[in-house]
Design a protein around this ligand. Structure first.
Ligand code: GDP
Ligand code: IMO
Ligand code: MG
Length: 421
């Protein structure tokens, strides 16, 4: 494969950053195709940890051309803060991507407040309101943002509407002059990187370059195929790559589904295989399961293969990359959800109606655990037999072959089982 999507198969934080960084060693181009700085992707190598939010995970490698494609929503302030931490890099930003402005953050908070007990638990980064404005044709695109006069005129128009909305919701109003004066500085910092990324990507494909499309979030957070309304406002699926980058669908060769060896979720919404109590605390501690973006403790659950088969169907998965396997060492018995019970009926899909999904009770199988520390393992055969069995069962239940597994956060704790580039 030459053009591969790295897709999160669960509710985000599966280790997409780590797998992208690992595969990027053989890539020429890394593309972020959706989301914004709600994402938090961790990359660890040479003993250093890097947290990326907007920038693609190839950004730390100066040989890679990084692309922020049209499907993204970009907070310019966060963008400048992030590039200022990196010495040298190659980056191109789509002029068709949308800009996240401070009123989006205020609206995000206000909507959450309005929802009360039914809040989504968003990252408060303004992602939903920015995509809403895109769809409502009230958005600001990068191409306009970087043209000083057009940005000023457009912002003056938009802010009138937005301040009315904020007032109705009892949220603070945004001052036009202050916003303009601050953001014009960011626009000038962003301008040198802006271009037609669809044109560039099509040229890169013609030149036979290896391209990685790095998803943010996970398929269960997809606006269409996730657990609506407890989702983000974009589509992390592999099938969204053509639309969100401006290439033909048949030019995507396949997708590698990044899967935690268990399940986590940040924010509200159903998670049938959720574990509560001491075992969840143990996994959270060993796996350092605290959000990269918000620091919130992640909810913990058993591996759920109904979720993974849903992802396989709705996104497409050619291979799996299983991460955080090391975290399960020392747990006596491991459960895997194989189907759900919904009102006395066994089902193998995710119901569209959230109330039904909330009523789903997983049916589990139990596998013996292993005691050994596996963080230094270098091949599949080095794994304890129980860990091999657990992985084989996972692959069998999902019906997707394993390409990579990972036994620690560092790049060199990644084991390639099958060459995919
Ligand atoms: P992403 O959003 O999908 O890129 O994932 P995050 O970076 O938000 O969360 C994954 C977390 O797990 C990060 O802290 C990684 O450093 C860490 N991680 C990734 N792979 C492994 C692994 O195999 N073992 C352990 N222990 N940690 C890992
Ligand atoms: P990465 O790319 C995990 C969750 C939020 C919330 C819901 C909507 O690091 O995997 P939003 O701010 O997008 O409107 O929030 O989605 N969420 C994530 N959870 N990882 C992420 O990104 C997430 N991005 C958003 O917690 O439940
Ligand atoms: Mg993350």
């Amino acid at each position: 494969m030459k053009r591969i999507v790295v897709v999160g198969t669960q509710w985000g934080d599966e280790g997409k950053g780590k797998i992208t960084d690992f595969l990027a060693q053989k890539a020429d181009v890394v593309v972020r195709y959706q989301g914004g700085n709600n994402a938090g992707h961790t990359v660890v190598f040479d003993g250093k940890k890097h947290s990326l939010h907007l920038l693609p995970s190839g950004i730390l490698n100066p040989k890679i051309q990084n692309v922020m494609a049209n499907g993204m929503v970009i907070n310019p302030k966060a963008f400048v803060e992030e590039i200022d931490k990196i010495e040298s890099f190659n980056l191109m930003i789509s002029e068709r991507a949308h800009i996240v402005l401070p009123y989006h953050l205020e609206l995000d908070k206000a909507y959450e407040h309005f929802k009360g007990n039914e809040k989504i638990g968003t990252t408060h980064k303004g992602i939903g309101p920015a995509y809403t404005d895109k769809a409502a044709r009230l958005g600001l695109r990068v191409s306009t943002f970087i043209r000083e006069d057009r940005f000023k005129t457009k912002l003056a128009e938009l802010i009138k509407v937005k301040n009315q909305e904020l007032r109705k919701l009892g949220a603070p109003r945004i001052d036009f002059e202050d916003l303009y004066n601050e953001y014009i500085v960011y626009a000038k910092r962003m301008a040198p990187y802006v271009g037609d990324t669809s044109l560039y990507l099509n040229q890169a494909i013609e030149a036979d370059k290896n391209i990685l499309f790095e998803g943010a979030q996970g398929v269960l957070l997809c606006l269409d195929h996730g657990t609506y309304p407890y989702v983000t406002s974009s589509s992390p699926t592999a099938s969204s790559v053509p639309l969100n980058t401006g290439i033909a669908p048949w030019l995507v060769d396949g997708a590698i589904g990044v899967t935690k060896a268990y399940t986590t979720r940040v924010g509200e919404g159903p998670m049938p295989s959720e574990i509560l109590g001491d075992l969840a605390d143990h996994i959270r501690k060993v796996g350092n399961e605290f959000g990269t973006t918000t620091g919130r403790p992640r909810r913990i659950g058993w591996l759920d293969t109904v979720v993974l088969r849903h992802t396989k169907r709705t996104s497409g998965l050619s291979y799996l990359a299983v991460t955080l396997l090391d975290v399960l060492s020392g747990i006596d018995e491991l459960k895997i959800a194989i189907s759900y019970d919904l009102n006395g009926k066994e089902i193998d899909y995710i119901p569209a109606e959230i109330e039904d999904f909330m009523a789903c009770k997983p049916n589990y199988i139990t596998m013996p655990g292993w005691k050994e520390d596996i963080t230094q393992v270098k091949s599949f055969d080095d794994l304890p037999v129980a860990a091999q069995n657990y992985m084989n069962k996972l692959n069998e239940l999902v019906g997707v072959p394993l390409a990579i597994f990972s036994v620690g956060p560092d790049r060199n704790q990644t084991i390639l089982v099958k060459e995919i580039f």
